[in-house]
Structures are given as C-alpha cells and as structure tokens.
Design a protein around this ligand. Structure first.
Ligand SMILES: [Zn+2]
Length: 376
C-alpha cells in the first residue's frame, strides 16, 4: 500500500527504467520510413508530461471528470462492444443494432463537427487527449474492417498499438506502472463508429459506440502496445470515483484500492463467520506475523497466545452504529473488519469510530491482508 506521492514517484522511476540505453529505430506505419528515437528524447518526454506532480494531478482530475460523465451516459457492455468490433464491418443496419443493443450496446449520433471531441471523424484512428494538457482520455477507432495493429481477444483484452512518438509511448508505460502500484487501474474510453444510413439525417450518417477499458499489465519497452480490458459501467464508475478521491485526498495518505468483487463478497463478515477455513486462514496469518490485539483491555495480547475461539472479528464502524444508520456504509466490507481478542471485541461493540482506528490502520484490516496477496 503506497501513498499517492510514493506511487507517483515509483511509477516515474519505473517509466525511466523502461527507456532503452541506445536509440530505438522502427519502421513508421504512417510514413513507411525508418524512424529513430534517442534515449534522451524518451527521457525528455517523461519529464515534460509527468515531471511535475501538481500539473499531473490537476490534469488527471480533468480527465477523470470527463470520463465520469461519458461513462455514466454512454458505456456499452463489454460483450456488445467486443461483438461489434469483431464483426469487422464498416456499416451497420438496424437489425445489427437491435442485436447489439439487446446485449447492452449503446449507440449515438454525433451531429457533425459540433459533436463530442471523442468521436470526431477527422481522424480514422487515434488518441483523444485532454485540451491543453496531453493526457489520454480515450482511443477512437473507425471500424474499417482492417485490424492490423489493434486486436481484441475473446476475453475482451485489447492490445492497442503504440503511438509513434516518444511522448505517447512513454505515457503508456507511465499509466501501466502507476496503475499497478496504486492497485487502481487507469481507464481509457474506447470508441468505434460505423456507417449507418439514416435517410433523412444528412449530418448523421455515422453511428458511434462507446466502451470503457482498464489498463492491465505492464510492458518493459517504450514501443510495446498497451493492454486494456473491457469492463462494465459499474466497475468503471467505481474506479473513477476511487481515482477522484485519490486525486483530492492528502497525497501522503495510504491508498486503499477498491477490493475486487469476489473478495468483497467472499470475505464479508457473514462469509468469514460461516466458513471455518477462511476464519482459520485469517488467524494463522495474524499469528505467523506476530500481530497483537489492537485493544488496550488485554494489554495488546499477541494472537499466537490465544486459542482461536478467543479471537474475534471486529467492525471498525460498529454493527451497533450501523443498525441505527442503516444503508450508510457497507459495514461487513473486509476493509471494515479486523481481528481482536474477545475482551476488547466486547468493549468496543457499540463505539464509533473506535479510538483504535489508527492502530487498526497500521496492523491492517482483513481487506488489507487480502490485497497484500499472501493470505490466499
Ligand atoms: Zn484485546
């Protein structure tokens, strides 16, 4: 678990590390000529775009705000977006749109040059960036039926080809590193468009479809494509809210990434209580690491000195408080759960927030242990 500032600095370091020591040459698909980028140019690109934390934070806030509105209104389901992409056609007819919409596809017109920047037709294929800044908001794609560079696997993972300039290449690497370190992936809006002959709409002969994807994996060379996983609207919105909070929080606070759904549901209070194996795994985890009860009544007894039956699962925000404020928080969420001895557990039952919250943050909640990856 890192603070925002720590994750940012480490991501910068790793991005610099991915720069090749010698110059890099490749065949440009735009000009068909050999293009060479020197190491120094890659370094300058990282410095210009990401070297200033305050600027990065400010621009990221704008990108998140933009993405939030687009995602809420226009996101297609991964299956519908992928099906449309994999049709490999230039044109859709009404019956295609019916099928894709039934699977959760969302379509819109764009009303000529006054439409959204995300879908402007002047470009066949390319990046959408924030105005004045230069951070990627989305990728747009006219579906011409040719898919040489960008491909979409059956699992909904895109490999998106790299831009041909140092700045674009390094931006891919930075987002990957930053996403991985924070545990909160960067999102990229994807759009594709199709010819759609609507007889009496001169300005609307194209139909636009929007999807949302998260950055997955990390690559070790500037020229490698970026991998993106299509996700649904709810997951995207949750991640965007997490980003938004992150960018407005104290930059020196530890960041808790959103728990994956299977952990949030599978390790909720009721599920841990009902499953002896999960409970035993938690107790073993705490005992092996010599964790102590955070409560004072027992004098901070080490868990290895307690019988498993004397170790309890406590709620940071108590069940008692929750019963009087129902619906305010997900009180059984693993991030709200911690281990304590039986004495302390009883003494804290109706308190909110407990005076122990700082200590719990240090030792870690059950959700923190799950996210560290060595419990499972
Ligand atoms: Zn205790």
């Amino acid at each position: 678990m890192f603070t925002l500032k720590e994750a940012y600095n480490l991501a910068l370091e790793k991005t610099y590390d991915s720069i090749p020591k010698r110059s890099y040459s490749f065949n440009s698909s735009v000009s068909n000529l050999t293009k060479t980028i020197q190491s120094a140019e890659f370094k300058r690109a990282v410095q210009n775009k990401f070297g200033d934390f305050d600027k990065f934070q400010y621009e990221t806030k704008l990108v998140i705000a933009q993405q939030k509105n687009i995602v809420a209104a226009f996101t297609s389901t991964p299956i519908a977006f992928a099906n449309a992409w994999n049709m490999q056609v230039e044109e859709l007819v009404a019956s295609d749109v019916m099928s894709l919409a039934a699977a959760g596809g969302h379509f819109q017109f764009n009303q000529g040059i006054k439409g959204s920047k995300l879908y402007r037709t002047g470009f066949q294929h390319g990046l959408v960036k924030n105005q004045g800044g230069g951070l990627i908001i989305g990728f747009r794609h006219k579906t011409s039926g040719s898919y040489d560079e960008d491909n979409l696997s059956e699992m909904g993972v895109f490999t998106y080809a790299t831009p041909e300039d140092a700045s674009g290449m390094m931006e891919y690497r930075f987002h990957e590193n930053f996403s991985e370190l924070l545990g909160i992936p960067r999102l990229i809006i994807l759009s594709q468009w199709f010819r759609y002959k609507t007889v009496l709409e001169d300005n609307n002969q194209w139909l636009y479809m929007t999807g949302i994807a998260k950055v997955v994996g990390t690559q070790d060379h500037p020229a490698k494509g970026i991998q993106l996983q299509l996700i649904n609207r709810e997951e995207a919105f949750r991640l965007l809210l997490a980003h938004e909070q992150l960018m407005t929080n104290n930059v020196n606070e530890k960041v808790r990434p959103p728990l994956p759904e299977h952990l949030r549901l599978g390790w909720s209070y009721e599920k841990i209580k009902a499953n002896k194996k999960k409970r035993a795994a938690l107790i073993k985890y705490a005992q092996e690491r010599h964790h102590k009860c955070v409560g004072k009544l027992c004098g901070h007894v080490p868990f290895e000195k307690l019988e498993p039956s004397k170790i309890h699962i406590g709620h940071r925000i108590s069940q008692h408080w929750n019963s009087q404020n129902s619906g305010v928080v997900d009180v059984h969420h693993p991030y709200n759960l911690y281990l304590s001895c039986d004495k302390c557990n009883i003494s804290l039952q109706s308190k909110y927030p407990t005076e122990l919250d700082n200590a719990i943050n240090t030792v870690g909640t059950i959700g923190d242990w799950l996210m560290q990856g060595d419990l499972l």
